[in-house]
Each structure stands twice: as structure tokens, then as C-alpha cells.
Design a protein around this ligand. Structure first.
Ligand code: IVH
Length: 724
């Protein structure tokens, strides 16, 4: 607690309680029962009031407060946690015969004891364990290797279907296990946004869920609409017995079964979990024999495509939990459960043609156009052929039939050619030699599987890609210019390169896009679509919009040089490279006149990048664009961010996790104090700056070369930073 803050008055304490209950209740109804009891506006007002009170009186801000759902906590690293109970995996199979064997074996082992099974869905996501003590969420950990996982509590708190505080009756100490999944709709929306912002889309919902849980900023995680599906309640030994001893204390009113009785079956545990506030999927069935198990499997093998999230099979468990001990576990998995995995659905369909998409970076991706075929709940008519190497491996011929598969994911995959249909006289299909948009001969970067169109300034998808990159958040951050508006500016002939943006006039902008018809867009590409696509004009720029654009352009003139350099979109020059180049050369003129060799001297700039930068600035067109940007007032000089010279002449290597800095922050701090942050220990290293969990290899090397060690506190002393 902050020593200087005044203690919260009773009225504030009461109001926080009231607000917490209200917000919790509205959240619960919204996420568990799909019911909106208040408008978004009212809800936001209550949440804001609660946040303000917690801000004013920090002692009232509990970790289980609904305000934690919006995130804000930043994880520098994820603490590794040893699971209290190892997270076992399940034996799994694709074969119904093995499910039959499992059923026979189980019945034999239980030798006449009456029992049943539960069949439920096998969620295709990321397994996590949630620890609850006295009804409060205290920790969330990923499965990791089953023994040790990452502490992702701050991110888990932002998932609305993870209760922070339990309702009704609950065991005092238990772990709720389940899967974090990314529902298809939210996943696709997020991927669309990523592509619009120039970021790579996630390959599938599972990867996206996993990436989201590892986000450093929990507020970002809060934006990813993840869902937690609980599938297992882990009770420490003794917990059930002590609940039983408490006996009727836990019995519900009106003769309901006691909590302890309910917890004696897996289905009862899930039903109890639902009462506690967990989102438990309703697709669970108690089955008494193999026939019922098989019909559950058959049903979901077909129905799975109609679910709003991905599943990859069915899990069959013995329902009576006291029997679990009798059946025991093997080294890796319990004997009382098994997973049946669905086979990917596969069809064969004729290939009609191969078309090519030109991406915003110029990469040309081949696409197979096929006779439409029904596969896993949707009609499939196009699928990616990935790149030239993949096409060559398939050895495609005219008239071929392709084998297409759909697994637990949404995207169909081409897995081969159906050779039964190969005609002996069929001609092979070769990867295109020229860009399908601008006709420029394609080139292949060494070591890469794909070809790209080198006409980066004249090929429309690339040009639009450049413009989008230029205005993107991490570059010039001109958010009033989205991809639609940039396309409008292009279609109106106003913008052909990034420098043209700064010549835009208010009167040119107003009314743009008013033609509400379909324009052919010169038959070129708007998105990563093929060359036959057309564009519907949807955005109109009004007076206010025009002012916003011009203001944002004006503001972008303050963006520091390193980001301007990144915004130019020179191949291989990412954020870090741009920073290093900006710092090394100090201004654009020095950078433009540097030779390739000099460029390669810059830390982290390899030969290929150096050559590319050199070539970029050798083009008169690029020099002209830079001159025009400079004349428009963009920052073309690095501002000295130095705060001191305490580390002048020193080369410092950092390793481990620090209390007061992230890894990037501590490196930046070294440079701001005149030192050089280097990645590897050598004879030139002045100090080895060590946090927690230092890399053992580095430590060995530092010892061998007798490099003096520096702790974080000593470092902070050196640069005159105070530690509390
Ligand atoms: S039960 C000790 N039930 O499948 C048994 N697992 O190897 C605990 N999974 O990574 C697992 N849906 O995360 C269970 N309904 C379900 C499941 C499920 C998905 C995952 C689990 C694990 C893998 C099994």
C-alpha cells in the first residue's frame, strides 16, 4: 500500500463492494447466459466508477476485482511454476477398435463394479490449470511440459469466462483445468485486423490462443476474445473426504445433493463447476456402453463443423471419480480416460486452374482453383499452393485431381495429387515466371521458398502495401488513413508514393469516394486477391475526415527519425534495424551516402541488409522521395537520447531477468548512458550485467574470460538511478 494515500472511508469501501457485485453480475449474465441486463454505456460507467475508486484507494483494488478483466498488468517474463499436480496428457487414438479395447479393458479391470462413462468434446486450444483458494482465483498456469508451466495469471484474469470469484458452494482448494480456445468468429476478425495493420495472420485458432496467453501486455490479451472451456476439476487428496465429513453443511436447500456427493462423479463435478460460475460446455453425455460411446463419436464427427470453436476429437472418461484410483495411471496418462481423435476429412476434386496472388511485400503465392467440393461443413473451391517449391513437389499436371484435407482447423489444405486421375498425356504446370499484376519477371531471394515481384514501386498491391506500412502504428502512425482511404487516394490519381501524401490538399480530399458504384480499379489488386478482382467504393471523405487526415499528416512530422526510416519500408529493415542505422549514422544524408561495406559495420546489420539498403538509396526515385519528405518537414535526424556519459567507452553484455527493466529497456538505458549493449561475451566486454536466471553458457564464458559481473543494483548505482 502507498504510505501516503489516505485510508478509504467506509462509504468508498461499500460502494466498491456494490459496484463489484453489480459488474460481476452483469458480466456473468452476459458471458454465461447471453443476456445483456444493461446497455454498454451503463456498464462502462459502472466499471469506470469502480476503476476510479480503486485508483483513489489502492487498498480496495483486489486481484479478483472485475476491473482486472480489462488488463493493464505487464508481464516482463512469465514466471515458471511447478504444477502442484502434474498435468497428464491422455492416451489418444484415431481408431475405433482401440476405443473398443479401452472399453473392454476398463470393464475387466473394474470387475463387476457398476460404472458409466462420460463422453465430451476434445477442445482444440491451450490447456491451462486455474488454482482457486477460498473461492478466489489465485493462479493460472499453462500446461508447459506437464511438470512446469508459465504463470499467466494476469492474462487469464482478462478472459471473461474464467471466474475470478466463485459463486455458491465450492471446495476450499482445487484446480480447475480446461482449454483456452479462440472462437472462429473472433479469430477471423482478429486476423483480418492483423492483416490490415500489416502484421502476419495467425495460422490457426490454437496458435492464436497460445500467442495471446503469452502477450506481455494483459490489456492486449483482454482484446482477444478468448474463451475458457472447463473440462476437469482436480481436488487435492483429502479435500473430498473433508467435504464429506462436513456432510450436510454443504447440502443445498430443499434436499439437493450435497457438494461432496456431486463431486463423486466427473459429470457432477462439471455440473457443480457450472454453479460456481464456470462456462462448462453443454456437450457432455453419460454413456453406459460402447454403442453409446460410438454414437456420440459419430454424431460429433459430422456435427463438429457447426460448433463456434474448434475441436479435434472426443474424450471418454470413467464417470465415477473414486474408481480413478483403482484404475490408476501409466507413466504418461490415466487409465480411466482416452481421447478419440477425428481424422482429417479428405476429398479429391479436379484442379481447374492455378492463379497467383501478389502480397503486399511482393511475394507471389500460387492458388489452386478447384471444382467446388463439400468439405468439413463448407464448400471449398480455392486453396493455397504455398510457394514454388510446394508446387514443384506436387508436380502438378493439367487435368489433375487434388487431394484436399480439413483437420480441426478452418483452412483446407492441399495434401497431394490423386494419381488415379493423372492422364498420361497431361502437360506439367509450371510456376509463373512473371508477376500476374505488372508482368515484371519474378526473382527468388536466396534460401527462400517463394518468388517475389521486384517492381516494388510500380506494382499496385506492393505500392498499397508500402503506403499501408508507412501509415501504420509503429511507423508514422497516421491512423486516419486506412487501407480503403489509401486505395481511394490511389484511384483518384493523388498518391503514387509516400511523399505524395504530404502534398494532399483539403479540397482534393473532400468528396473522394462519392461514386457509389463498382470501379474496376484498373483491374489491379486491392487485397491479396487475384488479378480478376474489382473494387467497390465504400468510403467517402467528408470535411471532418479531410481535416483529420491533414492533422494526422501534420502530426506525423514529429515522428522520430528511426521510425521514419522504418516507415520507408526498405526490405529487411525492421524496427530494430532502423533504430541501429539511425543511431549509427545520425541523419539521412550520412546514411544515403554510406557504401555497402560501411553499412555492414553497423551492429545487427548483415551483408544482405547492407546491400539492400545501399541499393535502395542508389535509386534516384528513392532519393527524390526522401528529399521530398525532408522538404515536407519529416524528422531526418536522430535526436540524441543520451541522458548521461557514465558508461562512455564500456561494452556491456546483459543476461537474465531484471526487476526494474525489461531486456529492451536495460539495453536502451545502457546506450542512453553512453555505453554499448552487446549480445555476446568477448575479450572486449567491460561488464557482464546479470539478472535472475542468467544463461549458463554466457556465465561460463564470462568466468573463463574473467569479465567482472555487475548486478542490477550496482548498475543502477553506476548510472545514478535510485533504487527504493
Ligand atoms: S481431460 C488427466 N478433457 O487434450 C486428464 N482433456 O492429452 C486431463 N483436452 O492437452 C485431460 N479437451 O488439454 C480432457 N474435454 C477434455 C479435453 C481435454 C481437450 C486436451 C487436454 C490435453 C489433451 C489430452
Amino acid at each position: 500500500m502507498d504510505l501516503f494515500s489516505t485510508p478509504a472511508p467506509e462509504s468508498a469501501r461499500k460502494r466498491v463492494q456494490e459496484l463489484t457485485q453489480l459488474v460481476d453480475h452483469y458480466n456473468y449474465e452476459y458471458y454465461m447466459n447471453d443476456t445483456s441486463l444493461v446497455s454498454d454505456f451503463e456498464f462502462d460507467a459502472l466499471l469506470r466508477e469502480l476503476m476510479d475508486l480503486e485508483h483513489q484507494y489502492p487498498e480496495l483494488a483486489l486481484p479478483t476485482s472485475p476491473t482486472k478483466r480489462v488488463g493493464g498488468e505487464v508481464n516482463k517474463t512469465f514466471r515458471q511454476v511447478t504444477h502442484r499436480f502434474p498435468m497428464l496428457s491422455l492416451g489418444n487414438t484415431y481408431s475405433i477398435e482401440e476405443i473398443e479395447d479401452f472399453e473392454t479393458r476398463t470393464r475387466k479391470l473394474l470387475d463387476g463394479v457398476p460404472f458409466s462413462y462420460t463422453c465430451e468434446l476434445k477442445y482444440d486450444g491451450v490447456a491451462i490449470g486455474l488454482t482457486y483458494r477460498h473461492g478466489q482465483l489465485v493462479q493460472a498456469v499453462t500446461r508447459g511440459n506437464g511438470t512446469v508451466g508459465d504463470d499467466i495469471t494476469a492474462n487469464a484474469r482478462t478472459i471473461p469466462t474464467i471466474p475470478l470469484r466463485l459463486r455458491g458452494k465450492y471446495p476450499d482448494d482445487f484446480e480447475a483445468r480446461g482449454e483456452v480456445v479462440y472462437p472462429f468468429e473472433a479469430f477471423e476478425a482478429m486476423n483480418r485486423q492483423r492483416v490490415a495493420e500489416g502484421e502476419a495472420p495467425f495460422a490457426n485458432p490454437r496458435n492464436a490462443a497460445s500467442g495471446s496467453l503469452k502477450l506481455q501486455d494483459s490489456a492486449e490479451c483482454a482484446k482477444r476474445k478468448l474463451m475458457f472451456c472447463m473440462y476437469f476439476m482436480m481436488l487435492p487428496s483429502g479435500e473430498l473426504e473433508s467435504l464429506q465429513q462436513e456432510g450436510n453443511n454443504n447440502a443445498g436447500e430443499g434436499g439437493e445433493t450435497s457438494l461432496a456427493e456431486g463431486l463423486a462423479t466427473h459429470s457432477g463435478r462439471l455440473a457443480a463447476a457450472k454453479q460456481m460460475g464456470f462456462k462448462v460446455q453443454p456437450y457432455i453425455r453419460e454413456c453406459k456402453d460402447i454403442d453409446e460411446i460410438k454414437s456420440f463419436i459419430d454424431y460429433w464427427d459430422k456435427e463438429r463443423w457447426n460448433l463456434p470453436f474448434g475441436i479435434d476429437g472426443v474424450v471418454i472418461k470413467v464417470n465415477q471419480t473414486p474408481l480413478w484410483d483403482m484404475l490408476g495411471t501409466t507413466a504418461k496418462s490415466p487409465r480411466w480416460a482416452i481421447a478419440y481423435k477425428f481424422k482429417a476429412e479428405r476429398v479429391s476434386t479436379p484442379l481447374l486452374s492455378v492463379s497467383y496472388q501478389v502480397g503486399r511485400t511482393g511475394v507471389v503465392t500460387p492458388v489452386a482453383n478447384m471444382k467446388p467440393v463439400w468439405l468439413g461443413g463448407t464448400t471449398v473451391k480455392r486453396a493455397t499452393l504455398n510457394n514454388a517449391d510446394f508446387m514443384a513437389k506436387l508436380d502438378l499436371h493439367e487435368g489433375d485431381h487434388l487431394l484436399v484435407e480439413k483437420g480441426g482447423e478452418i483452412i483446407p489444405k492441399i495434401v497431394g495429387v490423386d494419381m488415379d486421375f493423372r492422364r498420361s498425356d497431361a502437360a506439367p504446370i509450371a510456376y509463373t515466371a512473371v508477376c500476374p499484376v505488372c508482368g515484371t519477371p519474378l526473382v527468388r531471394a536466396e534460401g527462400e521458398a517463394g518468388y517475389y515481384c521486384p517492381n516494388s514501386d510500380g506494382c499496385l498491391p506492393q505500392l498499397l502495401g508500402h503506403l499501408e506500412h508507412f501509415v501504420s502504428r509503429k511507423a508514422m502512425d497516421i491512423d486516419s488513413l486506412g487501407s480503403e482511404r489509401l486505395k481511394l487516394l490511389y484511384d483518384a490519381g493523388l498518391v503514387r508514393n509516400v511523399a505524395d501524401l504530404y502534398d494532399l490538399k483539403r479540397e482534393q480530399l473532400i468528396g473522394l469516394g462519392r461514386v457509389d458504384s463498382t470501379s474496376q480499379g484498373e483491374g489491379l489488386l486491392m487485397d491479396e486477391t487475384d488479378a480478376s478482382s474489382s473494387t467497390t467504393v465504400t468510403a467517402t471523405i467528408q470535411q471532418k475526415g479531410a481535416d483529420n487526415i491533414l492533422n494526422a499528416l501534420e502530426q506525423s512530422k514529429q515522428v522520430p527519425f528511426e521510425r521514419v526510416l522504418f516507415a520507408l519500408g526498405i526490405r529487411y529493415v525492421g524496427e530494430v534495424g532502423a533504430k541501429k542505422l539511425a543511431r549509427h549514422f545520425g541523419n539521412i544524408d550520412a546514411l544515403m551516402s554510406a557504401g555497402a561495406e560501411e553499412l555492414a559495420q553497423v551492429e545487427d546489420v548483415g551483408e544482405v541488409t547492407a546491400q539492400t539498403v545501399y541499393q535502395y538509396f542508389s535509386e534516384p526515385e528513392h532519393r527524390l522521395i526522401v528529399q521530398r519528405l525532408k522538404a515536407a518537414g519529416l524528422q531526418m535526424e536522430a535526436v540524441d537520447t543520451r541522458v548521461g556519459n557514465a558508461l562512455e567507452g564500456m561494452t556491456i553484455v546483459v543476461s537474465g531477468v531484471f526487476k526494474h527493466f525489461s531486456r529492451d529497456e536495460i539495453k536502451a538505458s545502457i546506450e542512453q548512458n553512453g555505453g554499448k549493449a552487446s549480445g555476446s561475451i568477448s575479450g572486449k566486454t567491460t561488464y557482464f550485467l546479470t539478472g535472475e536466471k542468467v544463461g549458463p553458457e554466457k556465465m561460463k564464458k564470462a568466468e573463463k574470460l574473467s569479465i567482472p559481473l555487475l548486478t542490477e543494483e550496482q548498475y543502477m548505482d553506476m548510472i545514478g538511478m535510485k533504487t527504493e
